[in-house]
Design a protein. Structure first.
Length: 432
């Protein structure tokens, strides 16, 4: 299957932005194989997975040892995660095949949110105070001893904002446990314990990286605007690209690269979420794969920015000497300001009209709207970072114009002038 001149990469669970990685690798002549870590594709992403993008879909080959044995015949050059679902499986398979991957002895620190913060703290970096708790009673006791509200409760082994609740009192803690404890989370893991942490006050950022041979390169970084939603969760409203030359950016980058080393990152992509607190940067969590959400190449190009998937493809296909994506960099280049804007729905319902979306072209910085919904599409009340309604990209020379256009977007949205949505019935809302 593999020729001398053709590289072969196995992508495990290539959902979400895994689709961007396979496209980048295929454009470089790489043979791309897809491997599942589970018998069935997770229902949340089953409809958006395109097996046709791969040279071959291997399906599920069994647990790690069986999958590695089957892949040994293929002799791939790399086995990598295509989404959060495939992180642990990909790293263990790569380890069994003797291929570059992250440090296996620290794998729990890259998936378990409690172990992650513990490892970063042990490295001397600022993080939240925390405890692993198995009951509301333990959580109430910790919160009382901590003595400062709000606190945050979240699952240990999930992703995005799944199950994250900002608790302002003991009643909120009870609500968080009722919602998450002894339930299956977004990634299919069972929540038998939760994490309770001190709340990190300050603006939130994402720093994306690729690593090779223990050297880390920043590919892009963003300021993320959130809004609180009923139930104590948060929802991303927009992401604005950071100027890498700013002092703030350099502080965030330096912290992130140190955290990656503390977590055992050596080979692959990562996306780190941080808050800039009064005490400096503090890690919220790091995912050992590409950033999820949206990574649409044409809009990135309009801003003079390469996507993280493109930089990761460089790491997987180029030699170290010729590959600037693996040489340890605290910056990136861009020519124009760039923002991604997400729709926030206040209720579950059905899209009855989309004519209002034409207003978007009136925004001076409007560049594109990807994956728009059509009439009849179902929407759900926005309560985490699982986007619905598509992603709007704004590109402009002037940052203030970007901010003005985001404000105008929100005004139209609040007035119901973009998507026309009919509220779902009580039964439909529960199903959403």
């Amino acid at each position: 299957m593999k020729t001398h001149s053709n590289q072969c990469v196995v992508i495990v669970d290539g959902y979400s932005t895994g689709r961007e990685l396979v496209r980048e690798l295929s454009s470089r002549g790489v043979t791309c194989l897809h491997l599942r870590s589970t018998v069935e594709i997770p229902s949340l992403v089953a409809k958006c997975f395109d097996a046709g993008a791969y040279d071959k879909d291997l399906g599920y080959l069994g647990p790690v040892s069986e999958a590695a044995a089957a892949l040994a015949v293929v002799q791939p050059d790399a086995v990598v995660a295509g989404s959060e679902w495939g992180v642990t499986f990909a790293e263990f398979v790569a380890q069994d095949l003797g291929l570059p991957t992250n440090r296996i002895e620290t794998i729990s620190a890259r998936r378990n949110k409690f172990d992650m913060i513990k490892a970063v703290r042990a490295h001397g970096l600022h993080v939240a105070d925390q405890a692993s708790v198995g009951s509301p009673h333990e959580a109430h006791l910790w919160a009382t001893l901590h003595g400062t509200w709000p606190v945050v409760v979240k699952p240990m082994l999930s992703a995005n904002s799944d199950g994250v609740v900002i608790c302002h009192d003991h009643a909120d803690i009870d609500h968080a446990f009722a919602q998450a404890l002894y339930r299956e989370n977004l990634l299919g893991c069972f929540n038998d314990r939760l994490v309770i942490q001190s709340y990190l006050a300050g603006p939130q950022f994402i720093v994306n990286t690729v690593s090779r041979g223990g050297r880390h390169c920043v590919t892009d970084a963003w300021h993320v605007a959130y809004r609180a939603v009923p139930g104590g969760s948060i929802a991303a409203e927009s992401m604005t690209l950071l100027d890498p030359s700013l002092a703030l950016s350099r502080v965030l980058f330096d912290y992130t690269l140190e955290a990656l080393s503390a977590l055992g990152f050596e080979s692959g992509a990562a996306h780190s979420e941080l808050r800039m607190t009064r005490q400096g940067p503090a890690l919220i969590e790091t995912g050992a794969c590409l950033m999820g959400g949206a990574m649409d190449q044409n809009s990135y190009r309009a801003a003079g920015l390469r996507t993280q998937a493109s930089r990761y493809a460089d790491v997987l296909t180029m030699g170290v000497d010729e590959n600037d994506s693996a040489n340890g960099s605290r910056g990136y280049a861009f020519k124009r300001q760039l923002a991604k804007v997400f729709f926030v729905f206040s209720m579950a319902g059905e899209v009855r009209g989309t004519n209002g979306l034409s207003k978007l072209t009136m925004l001076p910085s409007f560049h594109a709207h990807y994956r728009a919904l059509g009439k009849g599409a179902r929407v759900w009340r926005t309560s985490d970072s699982l986007f619905c309604g598509g992603v709007v990209y704004l590109v402009h020379e002037n940052r203030e114009q970007i901010h003005a256009d985001i404000r105008q977007f929100r005004e139209w949205e609040a007035a119901g002038e973009l998507y026309a949505v009919a509220a779902a019935t009580s039964e439909e809302s529960l199903m959403s």
